[in-house]
Unconditional design. Structure first.
Length: 350
């Protein structure tokens, strides 16, 4: 199975990168070696799984600054990597013969507002280290941007790729900085920088950490545990969202896209867009007694400054992006994944 997947990728990897033919698998096929930073967050493990299916387990190195749970260690290589330590990043890249970096480490919007200096350190200084290492060793760099890179002056529905970007969170400011620096390094040094602006990511695997879109994950845990949820956003707050499997597939597709297909370095990525009331109504089809209250807090201001719907025409045209999950199929997949683990003692239809 793995042999045939490698065969598929050999051609692709060789023609896309030109230079990434240096490493060979046990089967004698070429494949890239990938480092994922912030690997214990919402996206790291899932992406490592997808890339390991394609390139082999030892080719994908997951990293973070926390101790990994046993199941992560069993899945493949896991190492300590502090993106604030440039020397150590260099030694990882050299010692592990890294070709591609997927940079996920970031402090998200809501938590960033509570600790601006930490967000500056991780999201700006950390990114400087990562992009410099990638330039120095000629690596491909994928680092996601976000709907948080837009602000209240941006057209909200739909939001084009190229538009006004005046975010009002430190997270958003750092992501605009990242987008511009990535595009500058591409233009100035030919760095193979790629980015997609992710909507809020909904996942059953890991709990989200400090974002404004997190309600769309918490609602499942609370609904299945006690049949009630208090939402910190108004019920009519529309925000773009994406289900994890779609988000992971988009990441792999953009990572593997042929250079010549990419007319841009930063793409809007769109999937579904809904309000708290709409997701609650959909969830009630599975948890009929669900009660939802709305008590907006400071995160409402952040959400109000973000797009309602992203225009991702260019991603669809240039590298063939298509989402698969709509609101009903995402809700039903989340309920199926979480219901068996929940302690609730009331009716749930999966
Ligand atoms: C957040 O809410 O901060 C993130 C994001 C939209 O980037 N989920």
């Amino acid at each position: 199975m793995i042999t045939s997947m490698f065969s598929r990728n050999v051609k692709q990897v060789a023609c896309l990168t030109g230079s990434i033919v240096s490493k060979r698998s046990a089967h004698g096929k070429a494949y890239p070696r990938v480092l994922i930073t912030g690997g214990l967050g919402q996206l790291g493990r899932g992406l490592a799984r997808s890339l390991r299916d394609n390139y082999g387990s030892s080719s994908v190195i997951l990293s973070d600054i926390a101790k990994a749970p046993q199941e992560v260690l069993e899945d493949g290589p896991y190492i300590y990597a502090d993106i604030l330590d440039f020397q150590s990043l260099q030694s990882i890249v050299v010692n592990h013969e890294i070709d591609w970096v997927v940079h996920f480490s970031a402090i998200l919007s809501a938590v960033g507002e509570q600790n601006v200096s930490q967000a500056l350190k991780v999201n700006i200084n950390g990114f400087h280290n990562v992009i410099e290492v990638c330039r120095k060793y000629n690596l491909r760099l994928f680092s996601p941007s976000t709907i948080g890179a837009f602000g209240p002056e941006t057209p909200r529905n739909p939001t084009p790729d190229l538009t006004i970007q005046r975010p009002k969170t430190i997270y958003g400011v750092a992501k605009v900085h990242m987008e511009l620096l990535g595009e500058y390094y591409n233009h100035r040094y030919g760095l193979d920088y790629r980015s997609a602006r992710f909507p809020g990511v909904i996942s059953a695997d890991t709990k989200p950490g400090g974002g404004t879109t997190d309600y769309a994950v918490h609602i499942f845990h609370e609904a299945l545990r006690n049949g009630k949820y208090k939402c910190y956003l108004r019920k009519d707050t529309r925000i773009p969202m994406i289900y994890l499997p779609d988000c992971l597939r988009a990441t792999v597709e953009l990572l593997e896209a042929p250079q010549k297909a990419l007319k841009s370095r930063t793409y809007n990525l769109s999937a579904i867009s809904f309000t708290p009331e709409e997701i609650a109504d959909e969830l009630k089809k599975h948890v009929p007694h669900l009660e939802v209250e709305y008590e907006p807090d400071e995160r409402q201001l952040i959400a109000d400054s973000w797009p309602e719907v992203l225009d991702d025409t260019d991603a669809r045209k240039d590298w063939g992006w298509r989402h698969e999950y709509d609101l009903p199929s995402m809700v039903s997949a989340m309920v199926q994944a979480l219901a068996p683990k929940s302690q609730g003692s009331f009716e749930v239809e999966v």
